[in-house]
Design a protein around this ligand. Structure first.
Ligand code: SF4
Length: 357
């Protein structure tokens, strides 16, 4: 029997009886996947049940007030996820009659849905052949294939996604993805994996070569990187410009205030984008920042200067954004935290409130 088949048979016998797996429906799978990003299954289940009872479908979630959605998110933390769920539900109702599009690229455009969640929803609900890659799956795959590069490096994501795609059981992609996650959570544990019970043990590189304690390789880059950055707040009719740029080092996939780093940067990926540099040209040479603050993201210590820039012509920004493949939108100051759900937004907002008063 091939390894994919063995894994599938193991999954059918050992899968947990979870409410969101009862039917192959995208909505409950989506809600459960987002909840599970921050909470263990047992703690999440009662919160899931009450959330689904109140918001049983995308329509009910889309119609609800944000405050009520947040109230039902209590106990799960990371409230931006709940806000994004509601926003995505509104988008689904307005554009797809409340159903999930069966297309990875379209699902990835929904607020708050990243590669892992999109693949999980589409494979589990619709059996689309899309392999997922989360921490558990990375561990299983590196041991199974004997992948000895640092799994915390960006390269490993690409390498292991290829292996996940190769290993995917095309007859049962949804079950396969869940089986891989379940295997990582219950047998292929970080310490002392239970190889004797594992359906993949016969072909597993790490088990055969007794390297389960050495694989996966996890090397944390502890070197601190110091960066100086600038944030531009463009104003037009009491609205502020937010952008989403495809190749950003930080805040990937998220609408954010235009920012860039100044001076020497450690590598190309930190360089300011042409879009940011074009906007910055409009800043008068003698401009002083309206405020400065410090911010840390993983091992990056940053100091940002915030510049306010009244902007008359929205069409100019739209044209420039289009030319450079950047998405842009104008939002009110009061919605800044929800449109740009990062602590960076709150730090900038303090200076803007001061400007308004
Ligand atoms: S045999 Fe052991 S190391 Fe290999 S996948 Fe199974 S549990 Fe993990």
């Amino acid at each position: 029997m091939n390894p994919g088949k063995k894994l599938h048979e193991w999954y059918l016998i050992h899968k947990r009886d979870l409410p969101f797996r009862k039917k192959k429906q995208a909505y409950p799978i989506w809600i459960s996947e987002v909840m599970l990003q921050q909470t263990r299954v047992n703690a999440m289940l009662p919160l899931y049940e009450s959330f689904i009872k109140r918001f049983p479908n995308p329509e009910s979630l889309a119609q609800a007030e944000e405050d009520e959605v947040l109230a039902h998110w209590k106990g799960l933390g990371y409230y931006s996820r709940a806000r994004n769920l509601r926003k995505a539900a509104i988008f689904l109702v307005q554009n797809y009659n409340g159903a999930f599009p069966k297309d990875l690229n379209l699902v990835l455009k929904l607020p708050g849905i990243g590669n892992y969640t999109a693949r999980a929803i589409l494979s589990i609900a619709y059996d689309l052949p899309l392999a997922v890659l989360d921490g558990n799956v990375k561990r299983v795959l590196s041991r199974y294939y004997g992948y000895t590069e640092n799994i915390l490096s960006p390269k490993a994501d690409g390498d292991l996604q290829k292996k996940a795609d190769e290993f995917l059981n095309l007859e049962h992609p949804g079950d396969h993805n869940q089986a891989m996650m379940e295997l990582g959570a219950t047998l292929c544990l970080p310490e002392s994996p239970k190889c004797l019970l594992c359906p993949l043990s016969e072909d597993c590189f790490a088990r055969i070569h007794q390297k389960t304690s050495e694989i996966p390789v996890r090397v944390k880059d502890k070197k601190q990187i110091t960066l100086e950055g600038e944030i531009l707040v463009l104003w037009n009719q009491n609205c502020i410009l937010l952008v989403r740029e495809p190749k950003m080092r930080f805040l990937k996939g998220m609408f954010h205030l235009p920012y860039g780093f100044t001076g020497e940067v450690p590598e190309e990926t930190y360089e300011s984008t042409p879009f940011f540099l074009s906007l910055k040209k409009s800043l008068p040479k003698d401009s002083s920042p309206i405020g400065e603050f410090k911010h840390t993201i993983t091992h990056h210590k940053m100091k940002f200067s915030v510049f306010s820039l009244p902007w008359e012509d929205r069409a100019l920004v739209a044209g420039l954004a289009k030319e450079l493949g950047v998405e842009s939108k104008w939002v009110t100051l009061s919605s800044l935290d929800t449109e740009f759900p990062s602590s960076l937004a709150s730090k900038v907002k303090k200076f803007l409130l001061y400007l308004e008063s």
